[in-house]
Design a protein around this ligand. Structure first.
Ligand SMILES: CC(=O)SCCNC(=O)CCNC(=O)[C@H](O)C(C)(C)COP(=O)(O)OP(=O)(O)OC[C@H]1O[C@@H](n2cnc3c(N)ncnc32)[C@H](O)[C@@H]1OP(=O)(O)O
Ligand SMILES: O=C([O-])CC(=O)C(=O)O
Length: 429
């Protein structure tokens, strides 16, 4: 709270609403009593101005392009940390000491296997099923195997669900990939690091054991860190909303995976690659594609551009663009799609349409090019985003469930339908 307040006048009456300070100086005001005072609700399309929660996990300044997890700048974490260290920090609040990190990793490696019956779910999916659909279905199905986890107020079970999800999501993701190419599943190997194990389960084939490439491992660690949390984005808000009904963690995270899948959110990384391929098939004609976007032809957008909060740049995109160059050159690969992406970016950043709307590359613009260089098919890109986002979803779920006085998420509406009318029997209509 601060000593400031916002006074609203409605009719002849005035109402005072307290201003709430953030720890970094931003402010909001609490309109919790607005409806009780005035009978009014607020209408805020897409929640553009609504803070649904107070949160101590991730700080984001959209004007200055700042992103911090638990106060640590994303640039430092991406440079010097590991994904599991970041996961621990997001979930527990502070960087782990050496023994805490080692205990966390040990616990995770003990839970990487999936129950053998889970394989039957994959048998039932069509071969061309989208891996995001498999991921969300199987995560939801985990709640059938761990029925003791259904009470969100059981602290021990909350911890176990956290470890199980972190441990099993890479296995589920790798199985989804194997299903899509018709290859046998590869069981986890617990002597490898989190990222190495995932890459091996994905890329090993019976005739050839995958040997993790240090360039790929370190690039994937970095990408997972950069995706690990992003305050109240669409999928995280979904996790919180589902969790606010006291649904278990598996159900909540499964819903978050579904929300992430959409092309306006995490699914944009797949759409970017498809857009670049489309431009390539059209002879690399960037100008006519940009014109199409500006004309809003068929609602086409420059995918991987624009952000609800970032209005100058997305700090993750800066790091990822540099990483795309590094990874491609370290792997000795060149990609015509990278040249098209660079041209698109250059064009858009000097075009009034994009400049006046504050449209810059977001986290999804360059990631697909790195994933592609690593050997992932386009349909797996959003799955990789989900692997990265998991600790953020979990941290936010914990924060929501532990918040004293936490309430079920339930927006109001402004009704625009018919006024009262009488039922008419079918034969008289
Ligand atoms: C991990 C993430 O989720 S990052 C985001 C990933 N999504 C994408 O990359 C998809 C492309 N981007 C977008 O669709 C949007 O920028 C979003 C969804 C990210 C943010 O949307 P909003 O904040 O609701 O912005 P909104 O849709 O209101 O757009 C504002 C204006 O910019 C335009 N605009 C926004 N993004 C784009 C884009 N990528 N290409 C072209 N025009 C765009 C809109 O048409 C609108 O123009 P108008 O004022 O003439 O109507
Ligand atoms: O914050 C958002 O709206 C989308 C985003 O960048 C993310 O989830 O990483």
């Amino acid at each position: 709270m601060s000593d400031k307040s916002v006074v609203l006048r409605y009719g002849d009456d005035e109402y005072t609403y307290p201003v709430i300070n953030s720890t970094v100086g931003d402010e909001g005001f609490d309109i919790g009593k607005l409806r009780a005072n005035t009978g009014l609700v607020t209408l805020d399309s897409g929640y553009g101005n609504t803070a649904a929660y107070k949160s101590a996990i991730t700080y984001l300044d959209g004007e200055q392009g700042i992103l911090r997890y638990r106060g640590y700048p994303i640039e430092q974490l991406a440079e010097s940390s590991t994904f599991l260290e970041v996961a621990y920090t997001l979930i527990n609040g502070d960087l782990p000491k050496a023994d805490e990190l080692s205990a966390f990793k040990d616990e995770i490696t003990q839970h990487t296997l999936l129950h053998e019956d889970v394989k039957r779910f994959f048998d039932g999916f069509p071969r061309d099923a989208h891996p995001m659909a498999m991921l969300s279905s199987v995560v939801s199905a985990l709640s059938t195997f761990y029925q003791d986890s259904h009470n969100p107020f059981d602290e021990e079970q909350r911890h176990l669900s956290t470890i199980r999800l972190l441990a099993k999501l890479p296995t589920i993701a790798a199985y989804a990939y194997k299903k899509s190419i018709g290859h046998p599943f590869v069981y986890p190997r617990n002597d490898l690091s989190y990222v190495e194990n995932f890459l091996r389960m994905t890329f090993s084939v019976p005739a050839q054991e995958y040997v993790p490439d240090p360039i790929v491992v370190s690039a994937l660690e970095k990408l997972l860190i950069l995706h690990a949390d992003h305050e109240q984005n669409c999928s995280t808000s979904t996790v919180r909303l589902v969790g606010s009904s006291q649904a278990n963690m598996f159900a909540s995270i499964s819903a978050g995976i579904s929300a992430l899948w959409g092309p306006l959110h995490g699914g944009a990384n797949q759409s970017v690659l498809e857009m670049l391929e489309g431009i390539q098939a059209n002879g690399g004609d960037v100008d006519s594609f940009i014109q199409k976007v500006k004309n809003k032809e068929d609602g086409v957008r420059l995918m991987g551009f624009g952000h609800r909060v970032y209005k100058s740049f997305d700090p993750r995109a800066k790091i990822i663009k540099a990483a795309a160059h590094d990874v491609l050159s370290s792997l000795g690969k060149s990609d015509e799609l990278l040249d098209i992406a660079l041209k698109l970016e250059e064009h858009a950043l000097s075009d009034e349409y994009f400049v006046s709307r504050n449209l810059y590359p977001n986290v999804d613009f360059y990631t697909g090019l790195i994933y592609r260089a690593m050997g992932f098919p386009t349909e797996m890109f959003t799955v990789l985003f989900a692997l990265g986002r998991l600790p953020g979803w979990i941290a936010q779920w914990h924060e929501m469930i532990k918040e004293p006085g936490s309430r079920i998420g339930r927006p109001r509406q402004i009704y625009t339908g018919e006024v009262l009318r009488d039922f008419v029997p079918v034969e008289s209509r």
